[in-house]
Structure formats: structure tokens, C-alpha cells
Write a protein that binds this ligand. Structure first.
Ligand code: SF4
Length: 106
């Protein structure tokens, strides 16, 4: 009888250890997403800025912004979305942002 209890305890402890080991990985994956989203515009490719109004570049023209760029892939959350340009594969860009490789959609 005590073997049965020990067996049950062993299974519980094993399951707990697996769960505990999985939690940090899930936390890291979540933090990776947040970190990418909040990546600073300083030192980013192609003079990217989070707000097109801050663009200080010869190529910039009024009305240009990520959300009407051919590379814009749509909003994911809170105004942030994906850009299909290879330079921005690991970050989210702002719908109101702009960079020097902007190209009008459609
Ligand atoms: Fe925004 Fe530049 Fe990507 Fe166009 S290429 S969506 S302007 S970051």
C-alpha cells in the first residue's frame, strides 16, 4: 500500500518538475515578443521612426506611413504590426511609423 502511495507521489513530483521546467521557456518566448515590439527606433534600419511626423529624411513625403506602405502586413495589436521588409523581420513596426525604404501600397 505504501508502494502505491510512493508511486503516486513520484508521478506527481515528476509532473511538477516537467511543468516547472516548461514555465521559464514560455516566459522567455513571451518576453521575446514584447522585447521585439518595443525595440528602440534608435539605430534601427533605414532611419525608421515610430511616428512618421518625426521623419527627418529627404525621401519622406507627407502622408507616408507604415500602414499605407507596400511592406505593411497589418496590425497585430495596439497599432503595431508586421513589416515584410527583411530589415524588420524581428520587430513590430508602428502603423504611424516610417522608414526610408517606404513604398506606396497598391
Ligand atoms: Fe514601415 Fe518601412 Fe516597413 Fe514600410 S518598409 S512598413 S515604411 S518599416
Amino acid at each position: 500500500m505504501s508502494d502505491s502511495i510512493d508511486g503516486g507521489r513520484r508521478k506527481f513530483l515528476k509532473a511538477s518538475a516537467v511543468t516547472a521546467a516548461a514555465l521559464p521557456l514560455a516566459t522567455l518566448l513571451h518576453q521575446g515578443t514584447v522585447k521585439a515590439k518595443s525595440k528602440a527606433e534608435e539605430d534601427h534600419a533605414h532611419d525608421y521612426v515610430n511616428d512618421a511626423a518625426d521623419a527627418d529624411h529627404d525621401r519622406y513625403q507627407d502622408g507616408q506611413k507604415c500602414s499605407n506602405c507596400v511592406f505593411w502586413e497589418g496590425e497585430e495589436e495596439d497599432g503595431w504590426g508586421s513589416c515584410s521588409h527583411p530589415s524588420f523581420s524581428d520587430v513590430l513596426v508602428n502603423a504611424e511609423g516610417w522608414c526610408s525604404v517606404y513604398a506606396p501600397a497598391g
